[in-house]
Design a protein around this ligand. Structure first.
Ligand code: FAD
Length: 479
């Protein structure tokens, strides 16, 4: 080993990429007793695919039977249900309905039911038009029948990975942001990784780089086992009043390529319609398209006529790290001390904990540590509307964002937390500030004051960028 490497920081595991998968991975390995570093190129976590999704905790009822994806989803689902209360994370037990809107859709329902049973999701049932109307009276009259999936739930897509990572931090993991991994050398035992924040050594690398996972693999291993084909999903967020119109997640009968357009409440109290499934080359920016958004609004009104005229709060888009094949691309290279977690396309929020279990089992075939005996459970602030929010408790000081009722105390707590936000997007995801009807028009100046000195990039930049997008500034991929 070169003498200069003797002085470098050493870790058992370097996880590259702080999306939901990387955060769950860092947690699993820290709990298993490994010295972990998580390297993220963005100024905050969730800078890639994980910043924008539908926030559904899936049962796996319609996942490919016998697949690794199904195994990871169901393991992730079970673990989330076991641990969410320890972190104080919300769970909205909404259930879902796969609704048939045409005769053709209706003919496919028995097949969906059979697949759900094959996948071990036994509490699903076929319901007729009359029962469907009783359950969801706001659905349009052409809703013909449905499969009820009571186990599909809604979660907080941003506090969840943050909780995973905070637990990793509590068990001595290290997180480096603005630490893009540019290159690396492997000497048969150790990886020497060069990042934008310096060089470090790791015995094992776990590539969780999402939309850039193939490029990272190619750069460091000289080849890549998969190719990312980003698939954009645009969403429209209706005003909070609309969330009263449905109880359950309304799913379409899915196609080969996509789960299709979903109508769902969010834990934040909105009604969401989306996502689209649009192939694109660009990996970092998910542009919004007025015509597509209008199409989503029209589709939503077609399914729930009472949505006609309901104001739209925001629109946003996310990118799925899809590959040339449908399945997860988890590749183990034991002789290179490297595991790639690629192609976690459209179920990663659910599956992240299960993927981390799976990857740890592969790793444990070559390295073992003493697992943490008594895990620490950091509590996350609640942002869900169905539970008590901070403004409902005395002593909050000041309401900073009147649309989302975000308090000064919540913003201060975010900055004082073990992983403070690194940019405005991160502050929004931790508190919901600037994410309501006015999209920061009224509270932006106050947020800038409170954030002064906390971000590496001046706050004026993203606020201006958001304004350019008009009402579409929620948390789009240019944040
Ligand atoms: C429209 C849409 C809807 C979805 N709905 C759901 C849903 O309802 N339920 C569900 O379970 N899943 C859903 N998903 C899927 C889920 O969001 C993804 O599977 C998940 O976010 C993928 O996470 P990831 O950690 O693999 O990738 P990412 O979130 O992209 O994380 C990769 C990270 O690596 C970083 N990075 C990249 N290169 C480097 C480098 N060289 N050095 C350091 N860091 C690097 C990136 O900045 C990024 O932060 C949806 C996805 C989309 C897009």
């Amino acid at each position: 080993m070169p003498l200069k490497d003797t002085f470098l920081q050493r870790y058992d595991v370097a996880v590259i990429g702080a999306g939901v998968v990387g955060c769950a991975m860092a947690r699993r390995f820290a709990l298993e007793g490994a010295r972990v570093v998580l390297l993220e190129r963005g100024s905050d976590i969730l800078a890639g695919a994980s910043k924008a999704n539908s926030a559904i905790l899936h049962t796996g009822f319609d996942a490919p039977s016998g697949s690794l994806e199904l195994e990871c989803m169901q393991a992730g689902y079970r673990e989330y249900l076991q641990i969410h209360t320890r972190f104080d994370l919300p769970l909205l037990r909404s259930g879902a309905l796969v609704v048939a809107w045409s005769e053709e859709d209706e003919q496919r329902l028995p097949g969906i039911l059979a697949q759900a049973h094959d996948n071990g999701v036994d509490d699903v049932s076929l319901i007729d038009r009359k029962r469907l109307r009783q359950l969801e009276p706001a659905l349009a009259a052409n809703a013909r029948a449905a499969i009820s999936v009571p186990g599909e739930h809604l979660i907080d897509p941003w506090s969840t990975p943050l909780a995973y990572l905070q637990q990793a931090l509590a068990h001595d993991a290290k997180v480096l942001r603005e630490a893009e991994v540019a290159s690396g050398d492997f000497d048969g035992e150790w990886w020497r990784l060069s990042t934008a924040r310096g060089t470090l050594m790791a015995r094992e690398v776990i590539n969780c780089a999402g939309l850039h996972g193939d490029r990272l693999e190619h750069r460091l291993l000289g080849r890549s086992s998969f190719t990312i084909h980003p698939r954009k999903g645009q969403f429209v967020v209706f005003d909070k009043a609309a969330a009263r119109l449905i109880e359950r997640i309304v799913l379409p009968v899915p196609s080969e390529r996509t789960k299709g357009i979903v109508l769902t409440r969010t834990v934040y109290g909105n009604l969401l319609v989306g996502p689209t499934a649009e192939e694109q080359q660009e990996r970092d920016h998910a542009a919004l398209d007025q015509a597509v958004l209008q199409g989503l609004i029209a589709a939503a009104v077609e399914r729930i006529p009472a949505l006609a005229g309901v104001p739209v709060t925001a629109a946003y888009a996310g990118l799925r790290p899809a590959t040339e094949r449908k399945e997860y691309r988890i590749e183990n290279y034991p002789d290179r001390h490297w595991i790639s977690v690629g192609g976690i396309r459209s179920t990663g929020l659910t599956a992240a904990l299960g993927i981390a279990q799976h990857v740890h089992r592969r790793y444990a075939e070559r390295h073992r540590h003493s697992a943490v005996e008594t895990p620490l459970w950091p509590k996350l602030p609640n942002l869900a509307e169905h539970r008590e929010r901070d403004w409902q408790r005395p002593g909050y000081g000041e309401i900073v964002c009147h649309c989302e009722l975000v308090t000064r105390r919540e913003i201060d707590a975010a900055f004082a937390s073990p992983l403070p936000p690194g940019d405005l997007g991160g502050l929004k995801r931790r508190t919901r500030v600037c994410m309501g009807r006015c999209q920061g028009f009224y509270c932006g100046a106050r947020v800038a004051e409170l954030s002064a000195g906390h971000f590496t990039r001046a706050l004026a930049e993203p606020l201006v960028a958001n304004r350019r997008g008009g009402s579409h500034g929620k948390d789009h991929a240019d944040d």
